[in-house]
Ligand binder design. Structure first.
Ligand code: PLP
Length: 393
């Protein structure tokens, strides 16, 4: 099945308002997704939160089934979370690190992951080692192999970094990690929803993702995957009466599934919206989505290359829908502001969201224009035309 763009755009009211090139920030949600949230909230308003939860128990449970299907996991390996950072942190801080353990990561690692590395370095003596890039700008597999030692406790990689087209070779990294018996944590925040992600093929034990980006779910949703085989070795930093049961005066028992990482309270309306977004993605087919995103991304880059003063900055062998560029002698916020006058949305990737990579490439910031499958060739044409006018001044 190929994607029916007209139909999808008819189901996406936002495309009438804006030309949305900020899918790496937060996508336009399909109507089915916002409707699921609104309908649920309306019922809470009329009948009460606990009562509506009971009524929708099976749909709420189905969120885990659908999410598991999306990444080829088991429902018990999924925890529903409010963001990718909450998911990533819940798992990371549960890993039983000790002084001198090493974490291997990449140059393009995201700030909200790197700061926790630094925190455990300060608190515990965790050692952070950076895997250099290869000639394409992706994680170098040869270097990674040479960096494996007995002290490496974790390989933590961002699949698709926030600041560019790069797709890291997640599967090959998984092979190296699994051969060495080292845990592998994959930040799939920017890949879920645009790129096929299969945890079995990748071989990661932990994966975190957000809802609002390429999955087109509401803001404030995300999830964590934890391989059942390592779950018993992970005790969350924060446990409550949902993640564990208070069994005796001084004893408790943790849940046996990944939901030990959840807290009792969360937004059920958003969970219903998240589920609707996952189902929407599954119905379109992630392979179809990826094919379209990739071809739009390629076309976009080719067109941007023709614009005077524009410099593209995407790295990697295989490139995704996140397109980054700068304009000579003009700062990114000016470009963003001027594009917004034509209802064109982009975002800015500041240096400190991926500090190591941006410092290495001496980039103060990047304009990030990210396509999704519902963008059109015509929108790309308008983008390029307006950008050319802005650049000419
Ligand atoms: C690579 C990457 N990881 C993690 C995050 C954090 O996601 P969230 O804001 O849902 O916590 C982002 C957000 O931009 C990201 O790009």
């Amino acid at each position: 099945m190929k994607i029916d763009i007209d139909n999808i755009r008819a189901e996406t009211p936002g495309v009438q308002q804006v030309k949305h090139f900020n899918n790496a920030g937060s996508s336009l949600v399909p109507q089915a997704v916002s409707q699921a949230v609104i309908d649920y909230l309306r019922e809470e308003e009329l009948y009460g939160g606990y009562e509506v939860e009971a009524k929708y128990q099976s749909q709420l449970e189905d969120t885990y089934v659908q999410t598991a299907k999306l990444i080829n996991a088991q429902p018990g390996e999924i925890a529903y979370m409010e963001s990718a950072t909450a998911a990533w942190g819940a798992a990371f801080y549960a890993i039983p690190f000790k002084a001198g353990d090493i974490v291997l990561t990449g140059l393009s690692e995201y700030a909200s992951n790197y700061i926790p590395f630094l925190q455990l370095k300060k608190r515990l003596g965790l050692e952070i080692r950076i895997i250099p890039d290869d000639s394409y700008g992706q994680i170098s597999l040869d270097h990674l192999k040479n960096m494996i030692t007995d002290r490496v406790k974790l390989i933590a990689i961002t699949h698709i970094p926030t600041n560019g087209g790069l797709v890291n070779p997640a599967r090959e990294i998984g092979e190296i990690a699994n051969n060495a018996g080292i845990w592998y944590l994959l930040d799939a925040c920017q890949s879920l929803g645009q790129y096929p992600v299969d945890v079995k093929k990748i071989g990661c034990q932990i994966l975190s993702a957000t809802g609002r980006k390429f999955l087109r779910a509401p803001r404030g949703s995300g999830f964590l995957y934890v391989d059942d085989n390592i779950l018993s070795q992970l005790e969350p930093e924060q446990l409550d009466m949902h993640g564990a049961t208070w069994t005796t005066t001084d004893g408790y028992e943790m849940r046996r599934d990944a939901r030990r990482f959840e807290l009792w309270e969360s937004s059920y309306a958003l969970k219903m919206g998240f589920r609707a977004a996952v189902i929407y993605t599954l119905e379109l087919g992630i392979e179809n989505i990826w094919e379209r995103v990739q071809s739009l991304g390629q076309m976009f880059r080719e067109r941007l290359m023709e614009v005077e003063k524009v410099e593209l900055h995407d790295k990697g062998k295989e490139k995704c829908g996140i397109v980054t560029f700068s304009v000579k002698e003009q700062d990114g916020s000016h470009i963003k502001r001027e594009l917004a006058k034509h209802q064109i949305n982009v975002s800015i990737s500041p240096a400190n969201s991926t500090l190591l990579d941006m410092q290495e490439r001496k980039l103060p910031e990047l304009v990030r224009a990210s396509v999704h499958y519902y963008n059109t060739e015509q929108e790309i044409g308008i983008f390029v035309e307006k950008l050319s006018e802005i650049v000419r001044g």
